[in-house]
Design a protein around this ligand. Structure first.
Ligand code: IMP
Length: 512
């Protein structure tokens, strides 16, 4: 039996989601499983995601296209589902890259009901972040929101418009007169809101490369409606043939017994519904949201594989992160805005996974795992694996797990795993439970008011201290690593079905 058959068993619909805050290496497993699938579909998120796939010495990063696109030439279908936030500019750019590399995309379909990202969404997202950065309590910024550290891709505003029944969808690109009417209505409302913000910031944002360096800027009305119309008309022409009723396609594919792979984006803890709200993205990136976003039902999923990073975690943007190495110092450093991989390597050339200083150890982990955003280049905050959060997350994705990036900690002498929290905040009511200082928690509660005051209780393990990237069978893994895997399986109640020991497709172990 092949490794892929072992992993998928008798399933005909498999979902791959992340049990953490994203960036856990879903793209690689979607790519591995795409070999098995007939249809690969995305259902949530938008250009905020960055899925990296390594094939040989080539690296591919997709923001909106499903990671299965590299299998298009084999006749596999790739679907961008209706739950996604679709920025046509980004899709067209990705298609151009595929063309330049002679990768086909003839079986790519875009849902007619995907949520359409418009310039005003990107502007509002960025202007709000900028105002919030200056202090959301400040009376000078009455319209400012909580600082989330978004990717600036317009995600929050586009989903907000959808739920406010003000949004446009990809189908509107096919009917330009209707598009115009809806665009003008939407802009009227956006102008009311945008007038509350600093005009200088708006002007600066309107000249951002993602807004075509000022192409949509109008001195009086902020937006040049004609320029938006012209641009989106062109987008419609370019993408028109790919826009289809993908829900109908998915229902048929399922009825015909085709193998379907659902590709998650971000992670459970960033889901607007089950994540650490408000420090989340604006789609439900759990399995439930993914299934809904492609038009299937939860019970259609035969196997849900939840990705967990091997013994460390990362988070990008704001929000509580109990096991963060270096605590607030790390959060501030990573949130500064100007820290890049180059800056960090210059500033902390010696930092390693074995540093005694937790902040530097976090930097060392980031360097070892190359934990810099695929979309924004931002440094990802790093910390130890958090079992209370994993227990919570697994309630939404089930016990079947995949461990990724295990090779990152090859050099690590001591590995810590957080098994419980000591709550040290003020008394706080969460439904019927009253939390008080000194309480021990086995499972996390996603409320930042609580999570922000949880102090991790760790268990320590010796590292395996050898290179595992060449290993292809679980039984050949170092005994110390296997002890850790068994410990996490028992502590969190999960089953590790596969492990990743490097970025390449081949660097994958499927367990017997
Ligand atoms: P947004 O999705 O751009 O609105 O950002 C909201 C929050 O989600 C921010 O903290 C982002 O850093 C985070 N986020 C969004 N997409 C990703 C991702 O693909 N990986 C990790 N974090 C993400």
């Amino acid at each position: 039996m092949s490794a892929l058959q072992k992993l998928t068993g008798s399933a005909s619909t498999v979902a791959v989601v992340c049990n953490q805050w994203g960036d856990t290496g879903k793209g690689k497993f979607v790519d591995v499983l795409a070999e098995w699938a007939d249809v690969i579909a995305r259902g949530t998120g938008g250009a905020n995601a960055g899925h990296t796939i390594h094939v040989g010495d080539k690296k591919h990063v997709f923001h909106l296209l499903p990671s299965g696109i590299l299998y298009d030439h084999e006749g596999k279908w790739n679907i961008v589902g209706g739950g996604t936030a679709l920025d046509p500019r980004v899709v067209i750019e990705e298609l151009a890259i595929l063309e330049s590399e002679k990768i086909s995309y003839k079986n790519l379909l875009i849902a007619q009901n995907a949520k359409l990202v418009l310039p005003q969404h990107i502007v509002l997202d960025r202007v709000r972040e900028s105002a919030a950065k200056k202090g959301f309590d400040s009376p000078e910024h009455p319209a400012a929101a909580v600082r989330i550290g978004t990717t600036g891709r317009g995600i929050g505003p586009v989903y907000a418009d959808y739920y406010a029944r003000l949004g446009l969808c990809t189908n509107d690109l096919l009917n330009i007169e209707i598009f115009k009417k809806k665009l003008e209505r939407n802009l009227r409302e956006k102008l009311l809101v945008l007038r509350q913000y600093d005009p200088a910031v708006i002007k600066e944002v309107m000249h951002h490369p993602h807004l075509q360096n000022g192409r949509f800027w109008n001195e009086q009305n902020i937006f040049d409606v004609e320029a938006i119309l012209e641009t989106y008309k062109e987008y419609g022409k370019r993408l028109g043939d790919m826009i289809a009723d993908t829900e109908e396609f998915m229902h048929k594919a399922r009825a015909q017994g085709r193998k379907i792979l659902l590709e998650g984006a971000q992670g459970n803890l960033l889901s607007v519904d089950i994540g650490t709200y408000p420090y989340v993205t604006s789609s439900d990136c759990s399995m439930r949201g993914l299934v809904q976003g492609v038009g299937l039902r939860e019970r259609d999923v035969d196997l849900c594989l939840g990705i967990v990073r091997g013994f460390y975690m990362t988070r990008v943007g704001e929000g509580p992160f109990p096991t963060e190495l270096g605590g607030t110092k790390s959060a501030e450093w990573c949130g500064k805005g100007e820290v890049t991989k180059v800056v960090e390597s210059k500033e902390f050339p010696e930092a390693s996974v074995n540093d005694k200083d937790p902040f530097l150890q976090g930097v060392g982990m980031r360097k070892a795992g190359n934990e810099y955003g695929a979309t924004t280049g931002r440094p990802r905050r790093t910390g130890w694996l958090d079992i209370p959060l994993l227990r919570y997350s697994m309630e939404h994705s089930g016990p079947e797990a995949i461990f990724t990036k295990l090779d990152v900690l090859d050099e690590c002498e001591e590995i810590k795993i957080c098994t419980k929290y000591d709550y040290q905040g003020p008394e706080y009511r969460w439904g019927k439970t009253l939390f008080h200082p000194g309480m021990t928690l086995d499972k996390a509660v996603p409320d930042p008011e609580l999570l922000g005051h949880c102090v991790p209780i760790y268990e320590s393990f010796p590292g395996w201290k050898e290179s595992i990237s060449g290993i292809r069978e679980y039984k050949a893994m170092p005994a110390k690593l296997k002890t850790l895997v068994s410990f996490v399986e028992k502590a969190a109640g999960l089953r590790v079905r596969a492990l990743s020991v490097g970025p390449d497709r081949e660097q994958t172990i499927v367990r017997e």
